[in-house]
Design a protein around this ligand. Structure first.
Ligand SMILES: [Ca+2]
Length: 85
């Protein structure tokens, strides 16, 4: 009787250990996914033409194309930029 109770206790302890390990593995995977999401965020700050590195190409940055971005209306080109074209 005592031995059977001990076996049952051991089985429950083993089960709890397995559940704990599964939860730890899930937490580790979750934090790994968070890290990869952050990596994507960091990479988006290095877009070509994103001069100030804020993760998006704004008007008047070198990657801005007024013909396809924003309201598709191109304003006057500043004199200092005209000199380079
Ligand atoms: Ca920017």
């Amino acid at each position: 009787m005592i031995r059977r109770a001990w076996n049952r206790t051991a089985a429950i302890a083993t089960m709890l250990l397995i559940v704990g390990l599964v939860l730890l593995a899930a937490l580790a995977m979750g934090s790994a996914l968070d890290d990869s999401a952050n990596a994507v965020d960091r990479n988006s700050a290095h877009l070509t033409g994103d001069d100030n590195g804020d993760g998006r190409i704004d008007e008047d940055e070198s990657g801005w194309d007024c013909r396809t971005m924003g309201n598709h209306v191109c304003g006057p080109v500043p004199a200092e930029r005209r000199a380079h074209h």
